[in-house]
Design a protein around this ligand. Structure first.
Ligand code: FAD
Length: 308
């Protein structure tokens, strides 16, 4: 439960129409399942973020940043903290020469389209990734021949005391689906990309090719969070899962996709605990068969003391 005095303070910084109490997060994640949070705040300016982060720091209020929710699974029991939602209401994109700056809530697909319109190459890989710029940089999102690491020049963040910091791309410690920002109290507000001049037709053709390959290989017709597990070094998670005989394995409404075993899908009415149960079973069987530990790529949101 959110205290009245905290709520009163929040109302000093945000208009009422951006504050949602006991908000279901089901339709805010691409898994389309999960519980509620005690309060969801729709953020549309960096200043609001600075004020709120400062307030939450002073009051030790736990919070979570949600972008497009395409890599997040919310537990059925929900989250008792506050969710700061940064997406389309904070999505300005500017282009200067070969430099693009995008606010954290801009969709990666939109930024890559803007890059293509300006004949700039480097973001083609992001055309089909259904995440925000903020989520993308935190996760070092990547596909086919590229990842955020290759194109991020700098990242603007709000630090834990509400201060603004500009981090150089080289300071981001990008690794496979991770960055220095994962599990740190930094909130991304904008990212600057350095791209290369290219041929617009070739850029668009590459984006279309990547998207066609996605449609062919990935179960895009079902809710999911993309690849459920990180790629273990020297292996492909999907192949290990398939070779462990788990294609189509189902608990409740959660299923290992028949089309791509690396995706656990919501085949209809899956609860978050169905998904977590399938994930656990897949991890156990792959470990038993091949001695490989699959590490989730999906971020699970919930209170640590509650199971699911
Ligand atoms: C069909 C499908 C295909 C996918 N394909 C790919 C792929 O090819 N490659 C790939 O890498 N991923 C892929 N994904 C996963 C996902 O789209 C990416 O990880 C994406 O970058 C997540 O962005 P998001 O805004 O949805 O993040 P969210 O799920 O909202 O958040 C993910 C993490 O980032 C943090 N976060 C989000 N925004 C901010 C911010 N502004 N500041 C600080 N922290 C923030 C959250 O707290 C959370 O820890 C796919 C997902 C789906 C559903």
């Amino acid at each position: 439960m959110l205290g009245e005095s905290l709520l009163k303070k929040i109302r000093e910084y945000l208009p009422e129409e951006q504050i949602f109490l006991n908000q279901s997060l089901k339709d805010m994640t691409t898994f389309r399942t999960g519980g509620s949070c005690s309060c969801l705040l729709e953020i549309d300016t960096e200043e609001q973020l600075c004020q709120l982060i400062r307030l939450f720091g002073r009051t030790e209020q736990p919070y979570f940043i949600l972008g497009n929710g395409s890599n997040t699974l919310v537990k059925d029991a929900g989250y008792s903290g506050i969710v700061l939602h940064i997406d389309r209401s904070m999505d300005a994109i500017t282009v200067e020469g070969n430099i693009i700056t995008a606010e954290a809530g801009a969709m990666l697909s939109k930024v890559s389209r803007v890059a293509a319109e300006h004949g700039l190459s480097g973001l083609e890989f992001a055309a089909g990734i259904p995440g925000s710029v903020g989520g993308g940089v935190v996760m070092n999102a990547g596909a086919y021949d590229g990842e955020m690491k290759d194109v991020v020049k700098s990242v603007r963040v709000v630090g834990k005391d509400g201060e603004i910091l500009d981090l150089r791309g080289s300071a981001m410690e990008f690794g496979y689906r991770t960055s220095v920002l994962r599990n740190r109290p930094f909130v991304v507000t904008a990212v600057t990309f350095e791209l290369a001049p290219g041929n617009q037709e070739e850029i668009l053709a590459k984006m279309e090719d990547f998207n066609r390959r996605r449609r062919e290989k990935q179960p895009l017709e079902y809710p999911s969070a993309g690849s459920t597990f990180k790629r273990p070094e020297g292996y492909y998670a999907g192949k290990l899962i398939m070779d462990a005989g788990m294609r189509g394995f189902q608990i409740g409404g959660a299923r290992v996709s028949d089309k791509h075993c690396g995706f656990i899908i919501n085949a209809g009415g899956a609860s978050a605990s169905d998904i977590l149960d399938v994930m656990g079973e897949v991890q156990d069987r792959v470990y038993a068969c091949f001695g490989v530990k699959l590490e989730p790529e999906v971020v699970v949101l919930g209170d640590p003391e509650k199971k699911a």
